[in-house]
Design a protein around this ligand. Structure first.
Ligand code: ADP
Length: 451
């Protein structure tokens, strides 16, 4: 019986069968006991009538039947007559329960186990009308235990039949209960041909199916979206690479065809070099982005404890020269704050934002880096008073290759990928970013890292 359900049904059947069996035995035994007593009473009354009419001496020859013993006792407890033993040998009976009750109430009953628990003696005593004697009839009866032993083999047969019947019942009930469940089509559950207890389960199944379908639709949608993004990205990358390559090809062609004078060759070579450099920067940015997106960190890029302020200081120092060339002042203020981060990526994030703040600035402008604790977070704020970002572009500048002013970005060496790298790097740090900007006034980017 491997099935749990079959086991339960079998147990239930057995419990019901055995309890019914036990109850029936109990009722039968009670009934038999009452019958025994009634029989004993009848006999006692019969022999009392005989004794009252003919005297107890007449009992000697009477047919009293098996297992029955008759005793005639005087009101003082002395035995006058006993059918089983000579009366003189018997002790005074005044302490016997049935005798005392009969003396007091006219009749008395008692039962005593004799020798073992398997047999017991029933005693019934009645008082004669003239109260001169008590007549007692005793009978030996089997106890329930004896009955059980006697009926062992039929009872074992009954229990055996019960077991067989329970097994069959359990087996067929399980089959009947399981049939609609097994016939249920999980793809297309139908709650019409099913019994009431199963309906909540089937309804849940239906709901779950709907949910799965919805999620599958969403996944498909997501898949399509990602596919479009990937295709757009490939197109963008090709386009971005094509422009410098076309220039390089063009310059090389006119040099090859001898259209360039000797003195101008270095100028053209410089252009070729610049375009090639732009391509290197672009390819590097694409590689960085794809590594960040796939979430695979290079060896040596593990998280460690880093001081945010030291990172910002180092960036300020590295950018000070190029900022100075554009007439922009870059400063860094704050305190030491330790966070868990990936040093290379953290550097890349803050560097890109500071670089933008310089690139999209004006001579005489400033870039201020501020590092400080804010509640449970560590905050880095990069503020500039540069050209600012128009409101409608603010959401989109984190997209790949999105630039507010493409030619300006190219002029200052931008690839349009810097903020995409920032966005992915921040996600890796479970950090958030906010941006406030006003055209012609400046921009403030805030980075919040979990402390
Ligand atoms: P790019 O390589 O072009 O700088 P980014 O992804 O770093 O690409 O930035 C996207 C665009 O957001 C830039 O082209 C620029 O138009 C705008 N931008 C970013 N930072 C600033 C800033 N501090 N001030 C004004 N414009 C900004």
């Amino acid at each position: 019986m491997r099935s749990e359900l079959t086991k339960h049904i079998f147990t239930a059947c057995m419990v019901v069968f055995l309890m019914s069996f036990g109850l029936i035995l109990y009722v039968m035994n009670t009934y038999l006991a009452q019958r025994n007593l009634a029989e004993l009473q009848d006999k006692a009354l019969f022999f009392l009538a005989v004794t009252e009419k003919n005297g107890w001496e007449s009992l000697s020859g009477a047919e009293i039947g098996n297992y029955n013993r008759i005793t005639v006792i005087a009101p003082d407890g002395n035995v006058l007559y006993d059918s089983a033993f000579p009366a003189k040998q018997l002790p005074n009976h005044s302490d016997r329960l049935e005798f005392r009750d009969a003396l007091r109430n006219g009749q008395g009953f008692s039962e005593r186990y004799s020798e073992s628990l398997l047999k017991k003696t029933l005693n019934y005593a009645v008082k004669s009308k003239d109260s001169n004697m008590i007549l007692r009839v005793s009978a030996e009866r089997d106890t329930v235990w004896m009955l059980l032993i006697r009926m062992l083999s039929p009872m074992l047969t009954i229990v055996f039949l019960m077991v067989i019947l329970s097994v069959l019942l359990a087996f067929f009930s399980t089959k009947k209960i399981m049939k609609p469940i097994n016939q249920l089509d999980p793809e297309n559950p139908d709650d019409r041909n099913i019994y009431d207890e199963m309906k909540p389960f089937v309804r849940r199944l239906i709901l779950q199916n709907q949910q799965i379908h919805r999620q599958m639709d969403q996944l498909q949608e997501e898949h399509k979206k990602q596919d479009t993004i990937r295709r757009e990205f490939t197109a963008n990358v090709s386009h971005e690479l094509k422009t410098p390559l076309t220039s390089i090809s063009g310059f090389a062609e006119i040099i090859r065809d001898g259209y360039v004078q000797e003195k101008d060759i270095s100028h053209f070579a410089d252009n070729i070099h610049k375009e090639a450099q732009r391509m290197i920067v672009l390819v590097n940015d694409i590689l960085k982005l794809s590594r960040l997106e796939s979430g695979s960190l290079e060896i040596g890029n593990e998280r460690e404890k880093i001081d945010l302020f030291a990172v910002c200081r180092s960036i300020q120092e590295r950018l000070a020269l190029s900022a100075g060339k554009q007439g922009v002042m870059i400063s860094c203020e704050g305190e030491e704050i330790m966070i868990m981060g990936i040093p290379n990526i953290l550097d890349e994030i803050i560097y890109n934002i500071c670089d933008n703040a310089i690139k999209y600035n004006q001579p005489g402008g400033f870039v201020k880096i501020l590092v400080r604790k804010q509640d449970a977070e560590a905050m880095v704020a990069i503020t500039d008073n540069g050209i600012g970002i128009p409101e409608q572009d603010q959401e989109r500048i984190f997209e790949r290759f999105y630039r507010v002013n493409k030619s300006h970005s190219k002029e200052v060496g931008g690839t349009g990928l810097g903020l995409s790298i920032v966005k992915h790097g921040m996600a890796l740090h479970h950090a958030r970013i906010t941006l406030e900007s006003k055209e012609c006034e400046g921009t403030c980017v805030r980075l919040y890292f979990p402390g």
